[in-house]
Design a protein around this ligand. Structure first.
Ligand SMILES: Cc1ncc(COP(=O)(O)O)c(C=O)c1O
Length: 419
């Protein structure tokens, strides 16, 4: 079976618009740790995927799944200790005010539920997101996912604010002034909703602004977002689908890294290491108000197998010290990237923390070429940002310094050809 004939078969059943990475799409057949193999037996270093958070096919996660699947997997309306153990462990990683969880299956579903909770409990309808955000694919969530939804389809209850961009938009301003400028934009969006008779239900932000390009966010920004939103009678929804589960090394959650306590947190991708597990964490009061008026249940979300898998992910993060690993290996990668920045003037900025890096390249076409050339050389990365010119590097948390050397040396060699 050639890759080309598989692509044709895929088009015939999944359609031509179901997205595929790379000019030459990859057929991956196996994964282990930070490595994946294609159908020809070629090995690739995975420096992109956050879904296999603790590494592809981590033996403890695989064993937890296999074991529980062989014991019981029904649905979520029976008492089950595995589920409660998991929920207790998960909630122990949150601020003491955030002590209730809904388990779901996808990030989209989590954001949909978060919007319902915010709208129901505030009695307001307005939602604010950034002007280059992706939060999911349900009807309500796609309205606020500005990156893929044309302005005409975004609806009267939604407003967008520009994403904070210290690299391109600093214009001599200090961090605090820059944060204040973007808070003014947020206030204008709140006021614009009000002028149109719409009160604010929530702001929904990714706490890393990852689709937006992973900007370095000034310390005062998120606490001021929370203050402005609360003053308007709305709630803060922190989307941790990309930033969560220790990706930044210093903290388990992106909002904690910014000293902000949200009202609602949504999670997904890394939570089940590839198994469809996601969730919404909130306060006891908000859950009580919402669920006393809306019977909420979810057939698959947090079933026995999902809980066993999710728990194994948390245990591996803890037992293998993967947050600390993200910090030390992350520093090593950043230092190497900054060396490349000195060598190649086409690199405008290097930023990131833990296992998440953004490298600004001077132009979008060249960025695309770099990503494809890296894939040919056996290293998987991608690109992000409103100008499509930022290399997105976000490996599994078990990435080592040796892996980082492979990434940096390959990038060096690709840049030497394309710079
Ligand atoms: C920040 C963020 N939120 C939500 C989602 C939606 O998650 P899912 O694809 O699991 O529905 C994504 C997916 O890319 C995301 O990046």
């Amino acid at each position: 079976m050639t890759a080309q004939s598989l692509i044709e078969r895929r088009f015939n059943v999944l359609g031509r618009h179901s997205p595929l990475f790379y000019e030459k799409p990859l057929q991956l057949v196996r994964g282990e740790g930070v490595w994946v193999w294609d159908a020809d037996g070629k090995r690739y270093l995975d420096a992109y995927n956050n879904v296999p958070h603790v590494g592809h096919c981590h033996p403890r996660v695989v064993e937890a799944l296999r074991r529980q699947a062989g014991i019981l997997n029904s649905h979520t309306r029976y008492l089950d200790e595995t589920v409660i153990d998991y929920a207790e462990h998960l909630l122990s990683t949150f601020h003491p005010t955030l002590q209730r969880v809904f388990l779901t299956c996808t990030g989209s579903e989590s954001n949909e539920l978060a919007l319902r909770i915010a709208r129901e409990t505030t009695g307001h309808m307005g939602v604010i997101a950034t002007d280059f955000a992706y939060h999911g694919n349900t009807a309500a969530v796609s309205q606020i996912s500005s990156v893929f939804t044309p302005a005409s389809k975004r609806g009267p209850y939604v407003r967008y604010v520009p994403v904070i961009d210290p690299y391109r938009q600093r214009n001599g301003r200090r961090d605090e002034q820059l944060a204040d400028f973007y808070i003014q934009q947020l206030q204008q969006a709140i006021d614009d909703l009000a002028r149109n008779g719409v009160k604010l239900a929530a702001v929904l932000f990714c706490t890393a602004f990852s689709s937006e390009g992973l900007p370095d966010i000034p310390k005062t920004y998120f606490p001021k977002v929370a203050a402005a939103v609360h003053a308007a009678g709305g709630l803060v929804i922190a989307d941790e689908v990309q930033a969560g589960f220790g990706r930044f090394g210093s903290h388990m959650w992106g909002h904690a890294r910014h000293d902000m306590v949200p009202d609602i947190v949504t999670m997904g991708k890394p939570m089940g290491n590839g198994h469809p597990l996601a969730g919404v964490v909130t306060t006891a009061a908000l859950m009580e108000t919402f669920t006393s008026q809306n019977m909420y249940f979810n057939t698959f979300g947090g079933n026995e197998v999902s809980a066993a898998v999710g728990h194994a992910v948390l245990n591996v993060l803890r037992d293998e010290n993967l947050l600390a690993n993200a910090l030390t290996v992350g520093e090593y990668v950043l230092t190497g990237m900054r060396r490349l920045q000195q060598k190649y003037p086409i690199i405008g900025d290097v930023r990131g923390q833990g296992m998440f890096f953004a490298v600004e390249i001077d132009d979008a076409a060249r960025t695309k070429k770099i990503v494809n050339r890296m894939r040919e050389r056996g290293v998987l990365i991608s690109r992000i940002g409103p100008h499509d010119n930022i290399l997105k590097i976000r490996p599994p948390m078990v990435f080592t310094k040796d892996n980082a050397d492979v990434l940096l040396n390959t990038l060096d060699s690709v840049l030497s050809e394309l710079a």
